[in-house]
Write a protein that binds this ligand. Structure first.
Ligand code: FES
Length: 212
């Protein structure tokens, strides 16, 4: 029968030494520092990258939202002129009007930029016709010649009737008529007084009307 008071001679349970405990704690600390450093590095790189991307994409996104020169709908692509049906003489005398539009470059928007000019005429039935003032011969400006009541280009003597038909052999085609409609408060209507124009230039020195 053994002595129950004799000392326990079995092997003691292994416990981590202070050095091992210290080493494990330091490893966890290093891991935490690595995670935090990685996260901060991501934030430092990601936020400026996101802001830079938004800055460079902004003009493209804005252009998609803008939807055309005249704000979309039936007037999409039309430009409102600084003239109304009331401002044109009832006798059909032509009036020159500068066409102004909003132009966008990559990051800027410029309002009321002159892009061309047109001759407007009120017809006997009250409707309005519009001609691009650029001569279809070689691109000078066509004038209204009061003495002959016709259109005349001083560069090489092209001449045209008031309906735009050429009256000599200098120009290759008639004056370039443009689409024009009336509107009220931006809504197309028969009795509207606002004049909205679809402005377009065409290639010179050709019989065909070729948009440029
Ligand atoms: S450019 Fe007008 S006549 Fe030649």
């Amino acid at each position: 029968m053994g002595d129950t008071n004799s000392p326990d001679t079995s092997a003691p349970a292994e416990t981590p030494s202070d050095a091992e405990l210290s080493s494990g704690s330091e490893s966890r600390r290093n891991a935490l520092v690595s995670v935090l450093t990685g996260f901060l590095s991501f934030v430092i790189v990601a936020i400026p990258s996101f802001l830079a991307g938004a800055f460079y994409l902004d003009p493209i996104l804005r252009r998609k939202k803008s939807g055309g020169a005249a704000g979309g709908g039936a007037l999409d692509g039309f430009i409102k002129l600084d003239a109304t049906t009331d401002s044109l003489p009832d006798d059909g005398t032509p009036v020159a009007v500068t066409v102004k539009s909003t132009l966008d470059d990559a990051w800027n928007r410029f309002k009321d930029v002159p892009v061309g000019s047109v001759w407007l005429r009120k017809q006997p039935d009250g409707s309005v016709i519009a001609f691009n003032s650029i001569c279809p011969h070689l691109g000078c400006s066509v004038n209204y010649r009061r003495s002959d009541d016709d259109f005349f280009c001083p560069c090489h003597t092209s001449s045209f009737d008031l309906d735009g038909t050429k009256t000599n052999e200098v120009p290759p085609r008639n004056m370039d008529e443009l689409e024009i409609i009336t509107a009220t408060d931006g809504e197309p209507g028969k009795d509207g007084k606002e004049l909205w124009l679809k402005f377009q230039n065409f290639r010179g020195a050709t019989e065909q009307k070729i948009p440029v």
